[in-house]
Design a protein around this ligand. Structure first.
Ligand SMILES: [Zn+2]
Ligand SMILES: [Zn+2]
Length: 459
């Protein structure tokens, strides 16, 4: 079955879980961040053979840990990495004819396929894990239908990789419907909903999140994933209907080349939402940067290019989420900030380039009184992309307010500014995703984006 065909028929939600007292997803508008000490690097969107990734889960986590990531979420499609015995998930059905082989067994078992086609597991994937962790590290079972491979659970991955203060795993899954994908992090149960209307589904997914985790006894995080994709565009007005949506992927390494050249980029969507929210005195929308990697050994599976840095005083889930809700994070496609400060009026940034080159900083924002009307552009389907209607908003939104060539710059909010954010990038990077261009390999450029800040915020 092709990926797209499966998405059309997806029904698979798991009901696992624990409920407890409610903790609100939506933080009130940000108070000052109290002197956190470190910028931790993380990827909060990634796949493994628990769904349609190309590697066993331990191989994926190991690769990110070895690359210096400090927090990480394996977010497989519509499934949590729980110990219940199962053979199905995300369109896959490997149920053996004789279940007695699996008496007393736990977790998800995927059968080895003779050749790779999405989302098969092949022998080569098992060998990779054995090379890293040893011949006996992978549990295999021979049946009449072939050899089955056992996936390691979240708890097992946690005991293999987690190190206090050094490496944190955050459990999660990607609620994957046809028209909307969202990540739910630090949750104990999944949900699945579908609706042919993208607009309805954006709202319903958010509402279902609030309902599903109303009794959760721990904080969780909702992120709106790849809002522009080959298969759909999420319109600004849809996001504006739910001011409680606080996080959206602005850089998603796996889908970034699939934007429609006629439409906008996630960076422009981000500004449209924030211009309207700032004007209406609602919480701002913060960016996340993720790989959405489906394999860690080949560049076309999108590993290691896009990440989120979070400034927290401890490498713990509560601390990470708390500070993310206050805007103390930035996103990167290769470039780092040495310094970000916002004192309620002035945004100061300093870049920390890892590669020699010419660098530029742009301060981006929207002025009060901007044109809030939009027109609809109808785009025909092509190259396997469904046709779609796209909202075209004013070019006054998300304008460059000031440009600085070099590694350091600052911008002081003027009375007519609604918010300001900074973007740094390497000017001579060759092929560039700076949030505004369409390119097949956009995230190879070195760029970094701060969150937006408005008068009175503090970082
Ligand atoms: Zn997705
Ligand atoms: Zn994904």
């Amino acid at each position: 079955m092709k990926r797209r065909d499966f998405l059309k028929t997806a029904t698979g939600a798991l009901a696992l879980g624990i409920v407890g007292p409610r903790i609100n997803l939506i933080a009130a508008d940000a108070p000052a961040v109290a002197a956190p000490q470190r910028w931790y690097k993380g990827n909060i969107h990634c796949h493994s053979h628990w769904s349609d990734g190309r590697d066993l889960p331990e191989v994926v986590v190991d690769a990110y840990k070895k690359r210096g990531y400090e927090f990480f979420s394996l977010t497989d499609h519509n499934i949590l990495h729980q110990p219940e015995l199962r053979f199905t998930g995300f369109g896959m059905n490997y149920t053996p004819s004789d279940l007695k082989f699996f008496d007393g067994e736990t977790s998800f078992w995927k059968r080895i396929s003779p050749s790779y086609a999405w989302p098969n597991l092949v022998e080569e994937d098992v060998k990779r894990a054995q090379q890293i962790f040893g011949e006996d590290s992978v549990k295999l079972k021979e049946t009449k239908e072939g050899v089955y491979v056992r996936m390691q659970t979240e708890d097992e991955l946690s005991s293999l990789f987690e190190e206090k203060g050094k490496f944190l795993l955050i459990p999660g899954f990607e609620m994957t419907a046809q028209n909307v994908h969202v990540n739910l992090l630090n949750v104990d149960k999944t949900f699945f909903i579908e609706d042919p209307s993208i607009k309805n589904l954006v709202a319903a997914t958010y509402d279902k999140t609030l309902e599903t985790y109303a009794d959760a006894d721990k904080p969780y995080l909702y992120t709106l994933n790849h809002p522009m994709w080959q298969y759909y565009n999420i319109q600004p007005s849809y996001v504006l209907e739910r001011p409680g949506i606080r996080f959206m992927e602005v850089t998603n390494n796996n889908t970034s080349w699939q934007y429609l050249p006629e439409a906008w980029t996630p960076e422009q969507l981000w500004d449209i939402v924030n211009a309207c929210r700032a004007k209406n005195d609602q919480p701002l929308l913060y960016a996340t940067g993720t790989d959405d990697s489906h394999g860690v050994f080949r560049d076309d599976y999108a590993p290691f290019h896009s990440w989120t840095r979070v400034r927290a005083d401890a490498l713990e889930i509560d601390a990470i989420f708390d500070t993310m809700n206050k805007g103390a994070s930035y996103i990167s496609t290769g470039l780092e900030f040495a310094h970000i400060r916002f004192d309620g009026k002035t945004l100061e940034v300093k870049l920390d380039p890892q590669v020699d080159g010419k660098y530029r900083i742009e301060f981006v924002g929207t002025k009060k009184g901007f044109d809030e009307t939009f027109k609809i552009l109808e785009i025909d389907g092509s190259d396997g992309r469904p046709p779609r209607s796209v909202e075209c908003w004013s070019k006054e939104i998300g304008k460059t307010l000031e440009t600085v060539d070099g590694l350091e710059g600052s911008y002081t909010l003027k009375p007519d500014d609604l918010y300001v954010r900074a973007k740094g990038y390497r000017v001579d990077a060759g092929c560039c995703y700076h949030g505004t261009s369409y390119d097949r390999s956009p995230l190879s450029a070195d760029a970094a984006w701060t969150q937006p800040y408005r008068e009175g915020d503090s970082l």
